[in-house]
Design a binder for this molecule. Sequence first.
Ligand code: MLT
Length: 342
Amino acid sequence: MSGPPAGPAAGAVTRRHLLAVGDLGTDGIGQILRLADSFAEVNARPIPKVPALRGRTVASLFFEDSTRTRLSFETAAKRLSADTMAFSAGSSSLSKGESLRDTAQTVTAMGVDCVVVRHRSAGVAVQLSRWLDAAVVNAGDGRHEHPTQALLDCYTISRRLGSIEGRHVAIVGDIAHSRVARSLVAALRMLDAAVTLVAPATLLPPAVDGWGVGVSSRIDDVLARADVVYLLRLQRERQERALLPSLREFHERFGLSAERARRLADHAIVMHPGPMNRGVEIGAEVPEMACTTIAEQVANGVSVRMAVLFWLLGAQPGTASTADVAAAPAAEGASPAGVGGG
Ligand code: MLT
């Protein structure tokens, strides 16, 4: 087993960000998925905590509602022994007219190493990365990108199916308004999976021709050859006009009912990023079927976000390895392996 990685000195400025999944490249994705394996092992311990980011502070700036992503990042930071700061747009000085830039700079002036941001406008994470002297993680910006969701989904596919390359993933539902679909397609294409988008024409993005994926308007045509069926909710908060005749018709034409789920190959899995709407994109009883990975995606999300935070803050480029993290002691108070201390 190798010794602790050469991490940054205390107080060192970090300049790496995670803004879009494409920024990682295939190597970066592979590195994070391998780190996630080590953190999954940490999360299975009786005390799921390592001191890898002790002394670092992670702030979550969520300007849009979230349950799982926000809690997942906060849990990940705490399990790495980082200090956490949570910001809620509704109870902040934004309501008194302060700008996004001034609010974000005020938060980071308190000594923040990493900002996890979610915002309804595409491009906010990129903008913050230019303004702030802290690492920025995009936790969802409008319909643009949600890179950690794509990483946790790739991690879940790889754990369940053993591989991603050559797999056929059908992404079904509201692709047009989905940042999850954009990041996931980018990641799957980098990892050489085949993707088919399944949606009515009104829920497909305008420039889908450039995505390098197949397109279908009939879910029944793709079920038999799918290794993964990935369901998306109708994102009404981003829809500017009525795009569907009715929810019932959408369910009948595109929803994964239990009957359709039973037609999948034995090894195939059904995924959903949540929040899900039972009876619309997913049959009411499908979440409890053995083929679904919804709870695993949530659990894997913590390991993957630990990997992302460690990759950004706890290791210099090229030094993070599986052995480094696995070697980190479980209990608080042990030596800070994982940050280059001793
Ligand atoms: C998102 O933040 O985009 C979610 O994870 C998926 C959704 O809201 O439907």
